[in-house]
Design a protein around this ligand. Structure first.
Ligand code: NAD
Length: 281
């Protein structure tokens, strides 16, 4: 079984991005900039944002974090986004989710100009991805896609089963694999026989949020299994896949932690650079 090392893949991607940034610097005499807006003091968001800022700086991006208290008025955030949309030194804008209840998430997502939407959540980017046009692609599914391609460069005709249909993970993942000519099945909480669907799959991407849902006898030999789940349990953080059982049958599997997670931030940096490059065209 191939243990897919997300930490190593992310380090390699960051190294490539570092090189790319130094070339950009030579060519344009400036570097792409990522601005993150953080609202409130939720501990996980603070940690994510700190990691994003650290990784961005390490690869040579210009990185800025704008912090607001949890009771900030929605208008203040929207006005700041408008300002950043017009700022040439900002290539990518990200508003860390979740937001406090009094702020309309969709309004915030749509306020970010699509060309700076490094999360790929703007409806324009969602539409572009599903139409097969160039777009920002949500970071976690993009990371999963790059890991799958490392194991199997030619995905044409493969049967992919995605577990979960969220806008964040399942749906964009399905679009990416469809673009690679996979036959894609999206499963969800109302799917009748999830095990039977999984047993058909050459590729399984589990993005559910249920600890160790995917069992060893759900997976046929030679299947690539990507575990997006991050679940806190009594025995620590586990994924959506039962690692011990599935590692005995799968062709390749991502561990949790150390699989998809590290790729998510690396892909955010990639998206920032890609936004910059598109803005120079
Ligand atoms: P979500 O709650 O938005 O969506 C979960 C999906 O799973 C839904 O579409 C639902 O229909 C489906 N589902 C629920 N129960 C099911 C069942 N019994 N059988 C089949 N499908 C079922 O979750 P999300 O935001 O997509 O996140 C999924 C998981 O991925 C979570 O554990 C989250 O923490 C993790 N996550 C990891 C990263 C990362 O960087 N590794 C990033 C984002 C999310």
């Amino acid at each position: 079984m191939i243990l897919i090392d997300g930490k190593k893949a992310a380090a390699e991607l960051r190294e490539e991005l570092k090189q790319e940034i130094s070339q950009i610097k030579k060519k344009y005499n400036k570097v792409p900039g990522l601005t993150v807006i953080l609202i409130g003091d939720m501990a996980p968001s603070q940690i994510y944002v700190r990691n994003k800022e650290k990784s961005a700086t390490e690869v040579g991006l210009k990185s800025e974090v704008i912090k607001y208290p949890g009771n900030v008025e929605e208008k203040i955030v929207l006005d700041k986004i408008k300002e950043l949309n017009k700022d040439d030194s900002v290539s990518g804008i990200l508003v860390q989710l979740p937001l406090p209840n009094h702020i309309d998430k969709q309004k915030v997502i749509e306020a970010i100009i699509p060309s700076k939407d490094v999360d790929g959540f703007h409806p324009m980017n969602v539409g572009n991805l599903s139409s097969g046009y160039e777009s920002s692609i949500p970071c976690t599914p993009l990371g999963c896609y790059l890991l799958i391609k490392k194991i199997e460069p030619n995905l044409s005709g493969k049967k992919a089963v995605i577990i979960g249909r969220s806008n964040l993970n399942g749906k964009p993942m399905a679009q990416l694999l469809l673009k690679e000519n996979c036959t894609v099945t999206i499963t969800h909480s109302k799917t009748k026989d999830l095990r039977a669907e999984c047993l058909e799959a050459d590729i399984i991407v589990a993005a559910v949020g249920i600890p160790e849902l995917v069992r060893g006898d759900w997976v046929k030999k030679n299947t690539i299994v990507i575990d997006v789940g991050i679940n806190k349990t009594d025995k620590g953080i586990v994924g959506d896949v039962n690692f011990d059982e599935v590692s005995k049958v799968a062709k390749a599997l991502t561990p949790v932690p150390g699989g998809v997670g590290p790729m998510t931030i690396a892909c955010l940096l990639k998206n920032t650079i890609d936004c910059f490059k598109r803005s120079q065209k």
